[in-house]
Design a binder for this molecule. Structure first.
Ligand code: CAO
Length: 444
């Protein structure tokens, strides 16, 4: 056994650098230059590399220890060929150069500590002006000697929660550079399919054998259900959602609607609260153009739409569909009633064309006929807001002097907080509530 002690080399005058990570354990087979521990001073973090290939027989430090130049780190049982080479050179403390030549054909030669990148700080990593902050989710980075990266890059990867194994290194011998990490994070943020989570692990829900607990039946999910799931997941992961609630006093609207029912029958249609909701949403969108926008160029631009097309969520046996009604602001309540009925019927018969489900600026999802007094709808990206409507109910309402029975409609607005601030959302929802409470305004 040829034992060799690894000590802390010249670390640029850093006094009392702290051991923040042990990269190996006793018994590990290691290669020359493989990182053994990570030291962090107030200026930088650095890996202390193995000075020979072999087996770790003793670790002489623990996490939290403060080390300076010359401190003992580990004992290595030097691999035979390296020990032989050292013997041939007549030097018991084999130098880095002789070690490299002895194992050159099997181990990629690595830079010495001084060759490694200038330490990168979190502030330096800016993705298209979006600084990666301390709020960025951090996941444990697998310590592996097989990814070649400097300590600064490893530290940055740890802070960002990026597994270095997933980053393609463009440096010498596949070494991961700071630029590679930046490129990886930039791509992860922009990637339309992976969204911000690409490359960042989300804990997986384990498959469960439900049959162990009772009788089950397994049916394949429809294509539409799976597509909806992907869209919901994408929005959930990409969009910081805020949901705001309110109640609209629709007593007058309901009285008006009741009076239209006979005419609706003559016109061979039905008049539900939905056309009024669409009209109120369209007018509120016109008054609050920020809600009628979408992010462009990865968040660099805001695209303002001069048209008002609104999607209506339709519950069909095959799954959820969202046909889009065009130019809602320019249509009458009757026109909207016809169109909702026609599109809902075509959706249920699976006759909608793709174009009829495209181009929406905003979505209305009404569960009013089903029930419930509130829910938090998920934004239908790339739109920035969605209105969730629940079941209206007659409730006592205090008018300042007495309680009166009023029909109140619960409404919830979910919005993309990257675009819509609380004030914008509040003004928009208040406008809808006001329009529904005074239907005379709807015709203006
Ligand atoms: N409160 C109380 N009653 C309501 C109501 C509300 N908010 N909204 C509708 N109703 C009433 C209607 O007035 C109608 O009753 P009357 O005929 O007596 O007037 C009855 O409920 C049935 O309405 P409807 O559902 O047939 O028609 P609609 O215009 O309200 O809605 C449609 C049409 C297509 C939006 C709806 O049928 C639907 O599919 N909703 C589900 C949307 C959905 O799944 N959203 C969730 C998406 S996220 O998973």
């Amino acid at each position: 056994m040829a034992l060799q002690q690894v000590t802390v080399p010249d670390i640029g005058g850093a006094e009392g650098a702290e051991v923040i990570e042990l990269l190996v354990k006793v018994g590990d087979q290691i290669v020359l230059d493989q990182g053994l521990i990570v030291l962090e001073s107030d200026k930088a973090s650095m890996e202390i590399p193995a000075t020979a290939a072999g087996t770790v027989v003793e670790l002489l430090v623990a996490e939290g220890d403060q080390l300076a130049e010359g401190a003992a780190v580990a004992m290595i049982d030097v691999a035979e060929e390296v020990a032989d080479a050292a013997e041939v050179s007549g030097d018991a403390q084999a130098t880095g150069a002789s070690e490299v030549s002895a194992v050159d054909d099997v181990v990629p030669q690595q830079e010495t500590l001084v060759d490694r990148e200038v330490p990168a700080t979190k502030e330096e990593l800016v993705v298209e002006d979006i600084p990666i902050t301390g709020d960025t989710p951090v996941l444990e980075v697998e310590a592996s000697g097989h990814v070649y990266a400097g300590p600064a890059v490893r530290k940055l990867a740890r802070e960002l929660g990026v597994q270095l194994q997933r980053v393609e290194g463009t440096g010498r011998q596949g070494r991961v550079l700071k630029e590679d990490l930046q490129q990886f994070v930039r791509k992860s943020i922009r990637e339309p399919t992976g969204g911000v989570t690409a490359g960042i692990d989300i804990p997986v829900v384990q498959e469960t054998d439900f049959a162990k607990y009772g009788e089950i039946e397994v049916t394949p999910r429809s294509k539409l259900d799976k597509l909806t799931a992907v869209n919901m997941h994408r929005s959930w992961l990409n969009v910081p959602h805020v949901t705001q609630f309110d109640e609209a006093d629709i007593s007058d609207l309901e009285a008006f609607r009741e009076g239209l029912k006979a005419e609706a029958e003559q016109r061979s249609t039905r008049i539900t609260p939905l056309p009024f909701l669409l009209k109120a949403s369209a007018l509120a969108l016109r008054d609050n153009p920020k809600i009628n926008s979408s992010l462009g160029r990865g968040g660099e631009d805001l695209v303002h739409k001069k048209y008002i097309h609104i999607g209506v969520a339709v519950d069909t046996p095959a799954g959820l569909m969202v046909p889009v009604i065009r130019d809602v602001d320019r249509k009458t309540i009757w026109e909207l009633a016809y169109e909702v009925a026609a599109l809902a019927s075509r959706a249920r018969d699976r006759k909608l064309l793709p174009a009829e489900m495209q181009g929406g600026c905003f979505t209305v999802s009404s569960l009013g006929n089903i029930g419930g007094n509130g829910f938090t709808p998920i934004v239908n990206t790339p739109e920035v807001a969605i209105l969730g409507v629940s079941k209206a109910a007659v409730k006592p309402h205090w008018n300042g002097t007495e309680f009166l029975p009023r029909t109140l409609l619960p409404v919830a607005l979910s919005y993309d907080h990257r675009v819509v601030n609380g004030g914008d959302g509040g003004r928009f929802l208040t406008r809808i509530v006001s329009l529904l409470g005074d239907i005379r305004q709807l015709s203006l």
